[in-house]
Design a binder for this molecule. Structure first.
Ligand SMILES: Cc1cc2nc3c(=O)[nH]c(=O)nc-3n(C[C@H](O)[C@H](O)[C@H](O)COP(=O)(O)O)c2cc1C
Length: 321
């Protein structure tokens, strides 16, 4: 679906969002503020501000700074379980954000309101069944995110390789693949399975513009195969780097502790402690399996151009390595 030249891809996603490359930087707590989002949008991809770790007024400031730093389209990611969701929604509408990526909740709740204000709505799912619900709720596009992905994850544990063809068969709205993609060759594989764009999270954590702590970025670069795990399944499943905090959770789960006790171990502010403050032992270090192939920290514009160059090469000569 669509046509590409060396300069960009013309398909339903690039047309819907008004971008040159079908490369989307995921909205991520404690990583994707206005600096990262505007840099990615300026580079021809779609940058997303992650509202999940922002108080409403912090979100407003990030949106305003993003608008000053780019004249290109950008989006806000809004996890729908956010406690002050109504304030966040009002700010997104008042600031005329062109695109929202909602996640972690029911797509029916806010889609109509956003669309009344001319905002494009994309929702994140981890199964074909929920992709269909999104289509029925009137969203413009879906992100299908597989088991490999960093951060909060579906309970079904479907890998991206299995999820993308299933979602492609289930819905006719535009489809974005996420989870385990960090290279142009990975992007090519996803587009061959029916995706029309890719959303990358872990790869964009390892950029200068990500607001993540440098110690966390370096831990991601150092991560090898098997260093991440999907845990806290009794609460909200999350993929993170195995560290001392994870070992505590693991021991507690082995001892069959209650959900309440697990909540106590998790406490408050774990994600901020690990990813923003750089406490590699006691913090929560959310990252995907693909961290094992990410080997350097670079600018986000270089990530976009490198991935795009690799994609074009792979699409022209898929079997030449
Ligand atoms: C550090 C981090 C924070 C994340 N925070 C969010 C978030 O706030 N909202 C959301 O919808 N997804 C979040 N995600 C998931 C990403 O949006 C994205 O779908 C995922 O990273 C894709 O998989 P990958 O890490 O293999 O590229 C987060 C991922 C990471 C790595």
């Amino acid at each position: 679906m669509g046509r590409f030249t060396d300069d960009g891809f013309e398909n339903r996603i690039t047309q819907l969002f008004g971008i040159r490359y079908p490369i989307i930087q995921a909205g991520m707590i404690w990583a994707s503020g206005w600096r990262l989002a505007s840099a990615v949008s300026n580079a021809g991809g779609l940058g997303i501000i992650g509202a999940g770790s922002m108080y409403p007024e912090v979100l407003r400031e990030n949106i305003q700074k993003c608008k000053q730093a780019t004249d290109k389209p950008f989006a806000v990611n809004l996890p729908l379980l956010y406690p002050e969701i109504e304030k966040q929604v009002d700010i997104i509408i008042a600031e005329k954000v062109p695109i929202v990526f909602t996640s972690a909740g029911n797509p029916k709740t806010w889609t109509a309101k956003f669309k009344e204000h001319g905002i494009i709505v994309t929702h994140v799912v981890s199964s074909a069944k929920f992709a269909k619900k999104c289509e029925d709720a009137g969203v413009d596009a879906v992100v299908a995110e597989g088991f490999e992905a960093g951060g909060h994850n579906g309970r079904e544990e479907t890998t991206t390789l299995c999820l993308i063809p299933a979602v492609r068969a289930a819905v006719s709205i535009p489809l974005i693949a996420a989870g385990g993609i960090a290279t142009g060759r990975g992007m090519y594989a996803m587009m061959a399975l029916g995706a029309e764009a890719v959303q990358m999270g872990s790869r964009f954590v390892c950029t200068y513009e990500a607001s993540s702590h440098i110690a966390f970025k370096e831990a991601v670069i150092a991560a090898n195969e098997g260093d991440t795990v999907l845990t806290l399944k009794k609460l909200t499943p999350v993929r993170l780097i195995k560290n001392q905090f994870y070992q505590k959770v693991q021991e507690a789960e082995n001892n069959c502790i209650s959900v309440n006790e697990l909540e106590n171990i998790l406490g408050h502010g774990r994600a901020k402690k690990g990813m923003f403050e750089g406490d590699l032992n006691e913090g929560e270090l959310e990252i995907g399996q693909v961290s094992s192939i990410i080997k350097e920290i670079m600018s986000s514009a270089d990530v976009v151009s490198t991935v795009w160059g690799e994609f074009v090469k792979a699409a022209k000569e898929p079997f030449v390595f």
